[in-house]
Write a protein that binds this ligand. Structure first.
Ligand SMILES: [Zn+2]
Length: 478
C-alpha cells in the first residue's frame, strides 16, 4: 500500500458503505413536526378549529394530525412551533391562466369580448419570442404561491398558430415554480388524427419532464377557442380525446352577459358532441337556465366560481347557493391576473360572499367557513384532486399556510373562520408550505430571486410590445 493510511481509509469506506445500506433499510425520519398551531383543517370530520400538532413524512405527506401536544416520542428533522398562528390548507384555484400575470390593468373599461377583440400582442402567436411564455408563466405561478395558492387548474391560452415548442414553455415553467397543478392541455385546432397525435406528444413530453414529480397532479383538457365561436366538429374532436383518455374537460361557459344566449344555444351542440359524457368543468357558469343546470348536475358537471374576474369584467353574479342546493360541486378560481389583477384568494372570497349577501339581502346565505371550504376542498373536488389536497388529513400532501393574524394585526380573534375571511388578506400569510417544505415567507419566494423573475418579465413584455408595433409584423400573419 502506497498511502500509509490506505488500510484505515478502506476500513472507513467499508463502514460508510454499511451505514448507507442501513440508512436505506431504516425508515427515513419524518420531514416536519408542526406543534402548537391553531388548526383549521377544512375537513368535515373536524368542523371546529383546535390547538394541535401535525407530522409530515419525508415525501411531504401528512402522517398524523391531532389535538394538544405531540407525544414525546414524535420527532422529525424539522420542528415548527406555530404558537399564535393559524394553520390552514393552501388555497386552490380551479380556473387559472397563469401566463396572464403580465397583463394586469389592461383594457380597464372592457368586458370579456373586449379582451378577446384586442388580441395584440398577447393573443397573437407571431409576437412571442422563445422564452417569453416561460418567463410569464414563472412570474404567474410564483405570484400564486406568494398569495397562498398551492394548487391550481392551469387553463393555458394558446394563441392560434403558436408552435408546440413555445406552448410547452408554460408547462416547464410551472413545474419549476413549485406549486401543484392539473394541466389543461389546449388541443390544437387541427383535423382529428393530427390533433390526437399532438395531444399524445404533449402527454409524453409532460410525463417525461415531470418524471413522477408529485407537483404535476394530472393532465386534463382546456377547451381551445373563445366563447360564442365554437364549432361542432372541433368540439367533437376534443370530446373524443377526453373520452379516450378519461380526462376532465374544462371550458369557459355562460360567462359573458353578451354571449349568454349564444352559449345557451351552444349547450345543445355540447350535448350532440357528447360533452356531457366526459368530466365537464365549467369556468364561470353564470347565466344558466334551469334546464341547463338540471342536465349539468345530472351529468356530474362541476363549476368554478371566479368572483373577482366576474366583477372586473361585469360578467355577472353566479347563483352559487342555488347550485349548491341543486347538488352541483362548486369550486373557486382566480381566473388569471388579467382579470383578477390582484390574485388574493382572501379578496376573492370576500368579493363573492359580499356580492351574494347584497343580492340576497341575507347574511346567512353563506358563512365564512363555506367560503373557506369552497376555495380549498370544494375546488379540489371540482378539479378531481380531493384525494391528495384540499384538507389537512393523514394521507394528503402537507400543503398549508401559516397565517399570522398579528401581522398585520386584525385585533383579537373571536371566530377563527370569520377572521380569516373578513379580516385577513394574503399579507397575513407568514409562510407557505408545499409538501411540508417552506416555499414563500412573507411574500418572498425562498427558491427564486423574485426581483430577477420580475425584471425578465417586464423586459420581455416591453420587447414584445416593440415587435407588435413594427409595421411589417403587425400587419402580417393572422
Ligand atoms: Zn378564464
Amino acid at each position: 500500500m502506497k498511502h500509509p493510511n490506505m488500510k484505515l481509509l478502506l476500513r472507513l469506506s467499508t463502514v460508510a458503505a454499511a451505514c448507507s445500506i442501513l440508512a436505506t433499510l431504516a425508515p427515513a425520519a419524518p420531514r416536519l413536526l408542526v406543534m402548537n398551531g391553531l388548526f383549521a383543517t377544512m375537513s368535515e370530520s373536524r368542523p371546529d378549529p383546535f390547538l394541535g400538532h401535525m407530522l409530515v413524512d419525508e415525501k411531504g405527506v401528512i402522517v398524523s394530525i391531532g389535538e394538544g401536544a405531540p407525544p414525546a416520542a414524535m420527532k422529525a428533522d424539522q420542528t415548527l412551533d406555530a404558537a399564535g398562528r393559524i394553520i390552514m390548507p393552501g388555497f386552490i384555484s380551479g380556473h387559472s391562466h397563469i401566463a396572464a400575470s403580465v397583463r394586469r390593468g389592461r383594457l380597464p373599461g372592457m368586458e370579456l369580448d373586449g379582451l378577446i377583440d384586442n388580441p395584440v400582442p398577447f393573443f397573437r402567436a407571431e409576437f412571442y419570442a422563445a422564452g417569453d411564455l416561460h418567463a410569464f408563466a414563472l412570474h404567474g405561478a410564483l405570484d400564486y404561491l406568494r398569495h397562498g395558492i398551492t394548487t391550481y387548474f392551469e387553463y393555458p391560452i394558446r394563441p392560434r398558430f403558436l408552435g408546440e415548442d413555445l406552448y410547452r414553455e408554460m408547462f416547464a415553467a410551472e413545474l419549476q415554480a413549485g406549486a401543484r397543478f392539473v394541466y389543461g392541455y389546449n388541443v390544437p385546432d387541427l383535423p382529428p388524427a393530427e390533433a390526437r397525435q399532438a395531444f399524445l406528444e404533449f402527454k409524453a413530453y409532460a410525463e417525461q419532464l415531470a418524471g413522477g414529480d408529485p407537483r404535476y397532479l394530472r393532465l386534463a383538457l382546456a377547451k381551445t377557442g373563445h366563447i360564442g365561436r365554437w364549432g361542432h366538429d372541433f368540439f367533437a374532436t376534443e370530446v373524443a380525446i377526453a373520452k379516450e383518455f378519461g380526462l376532465d374537460l374544462q371550458l369557459h361557459f355562460l360567462e359573458s352577459n353578451r354571449y349568454q344566449m349564444q352559449n345557451r344555444a351552444d349547450f345543445t351542440m355540447m350535448e350532440q358532441a357528447g360533452a356531457l359524457e366526459v368530466g365537464l368543468i365549467y369556468g364561470h357558469f353564470i347565466h344558466h337556465s334551469q334546464q341547463i343546470l338540471d342536465k349539468s348536475v345530472a351529468a356530474g358537471a362541476r363549476m368554478i366560481w371566479n368572483p373577482l374576474s366576474n366583477g372586473r369584467l361585469a360578467s355577472g353574479l353566479a347563483d352559487v347557493p342555488k347550485y349548491l342546493k341543486a347538488g352541483m360541486v362548486v369550486g373557486m378560481g382566480l381566473d388569471g391576473q388579467s382579470t383578477a389583477d390582484l390574485a388574493d384568494p382572501f379578496e376573492n372570497m370576500r368579493m363573492g360572499l359580499y356580492s351574494l349577501r347584497m343580492e340576497y339581502n341575507d347574511a346567512s346565505i353563506l358563512l365564512p367557513l363555506d367560503l373557506l371550504r369552497l376555495h380549498t376542498i370544494g375546488t379540489a373536488r371540482a378539479i378531481g384532486v380531493a384525494d391528495r389536497v384540499g384538507t389537512l388529513e393523514p394521507g394528503k400532501f402537507a400543503d398549508f399556510l401559516l397565517v399570522d393574524t398579528m401581522e398585520p394585526d386584525t385585533g383579537p380573534v373571536h371566530d377563527v373562520y370569520a377572521t380569516l375571511v373578513f379580516a385577513c388578506s394574503s399579507d397575513n400569510v407568514d409562510t407557505v408550505f408545499v409538501g411540508g417544505e417552506p416555499v414563500v415567507r412573507r411574500k418572498q419566494p425562498l427558491k427564486f430571486d423574485a426581483a430577477a423573475v420580475a425584471r425578465e418579465a417586464h423586459e420581455r413584455v416591453a420587447a414584445m410590445r416593440k415587435r407588435s408595433e413594427t409595421p411589417a409584423l403587425a400587419s402580417g400573419k393572422p
